[in-house]
Design a protein around this ligand. Structure first.
Ligand code: HEM
Ligand SMILES: N[C@@H](CC(=O)c1ccccc1NC=O)C(=O)O
Length: 277
């Protein structure tokens, strides 16, 4: 017997023949057998794990946005704040994780890029679900999921639900008495800036004491979008650093396509109202 400290003496359970263990509960077997590099390149493991962990965090983002949306729908604004703060923190986590991927140089990446074929993050259905849930609804991007009817159906279902911004606008309309153009509630199009909505937000920001809850909700949304923008920026910068201006494996122009995405505004009136205060 080794003379190393034995936690069994301290009561630690050491046999899991009959009890659920850590790995059973977390299904670590499933997670840790899901890495299947297609090349011998050392950095392909980094690339796979970076994406898989991002997908796990995105799963949580979707779970939390769903909860925030239900809370806001039910008028429970305070509970939604806690959830929205968490979503911003998850984006921050995703943002920090670029530092790991950035250790991969163009020389490293070219050793396995061909193995990726035509696959690309452009086809991440969870990323698209997040965009749709927040209100950036470009239905043209659904076609890449037509070969996976269950994923296509999830995206379709998302488009039939009001976005996080839609439910916020309901509360805004209710509190301020402003009635918005029905075009602001288009389900299958990105939200476009609307003067009437900006005027209502202006009232909120001009009398924060009266509209404290909406004011706080607005700031949570701005925070979320701020962190999301940083994700887009980190992505496009990493892409330029690693592949320059090559076309993407998904077929887009690459950096130029991603730069266009930097112009997206999820909650445009929450940004434009600031210039008028
Ligand atoms: C070396 C690393 C990376 C490179 C070179 C890269 C490159 C690209 C390129 C060129 C595109 C445009 C679509 C295309 O034509 O392929 C794209 C889109 C995308 N990538 Fe990456 N990417 C990298 C890492 C990541 C990571 C870590 C994620 C995290 C999940 C990610 C998620 C996405 C998403 C979601 C899109 C779609 C963006 C949109 O449509 O707005 N990428 N990527
Ligand atoms: N679009 C990238 C490939 C890429 O990054 C990628 C490939 C497969 C799965 C996820 C990816 N990440 C982001 O697009 C490229 O053009 O090199």
């Amino acid at each position: 017997m080794s003379d190393a400290y034995d936690p069994a003496g301290d009561g630690a359970q050491m046999s899991f023949a009959r009890d659920m263990s850590y790995g059973d509960y977390l299904r670590t077997d499933a997670i840790l057998t899901a890495q299947a590099p297609l090349s011998d390149a050392h950095d392909e493991m980094l690339f796979i794990i970076q994406h898989q962990t991002s997908e796990l965090w995105m799963k949580l983002v979707l779970h939390e946005i769903g909860a925030a949306r239900s809370a806001i729908c039910a008028g429970a604004l305070q509970p939604s704040f806690k959830v929205l703060s968490r979503v911003a923190r998850i984006f921050d986590q995703l943002n920090s994780s670029w530092d790991v991927l950035r250790t991969m140089t163009p020389s490293d990446y070219t050793t396995f890029r061909e193995s990726l074929g035509r696959s690309s993050g452009f086809q991440s259905h969870q990323y698209r679900l997040i965009e749709y849930a927040l209100g950036n609804r470009n239905e043209n991007l659904m076609r890449v999921h037509e070969h996976r009817p269950e994923l296509h159906a999830m995206l379709e279902a998302e488009l039939s639900r009001p976005s996080l911004y839609h439910v916020t606008l309901d509360r805004l309309s209710e509190a301020t008495g402003h009635r918005f153009d029905p075009a602001a509630y288009r389900m299958r199009a990105p939200h476009a800036r609307d003067e009437g909505i900006e005027a209502a937000w202006h009232e909120v920001y001009a009398d924060t004491a009266r509209f404290w809850n909406l004011y706080e909700l607005a700031e949570k949304l701005v925070d979320l979008e701020d962190y999301f923008r940083r994700w887009r920026f980190n992505h496009v910068t990493t892409v330029e650093r690693v592949i320059g201006f090559k076309r993407g494996t998904g077929g887009t122009s690459g950096v130029n396509y991603l730069r266009k995405m930097l112009d997206v505004e999820l909650f445009p009136e929450l940004w434009s109202v600031r210039g008028g205060l």
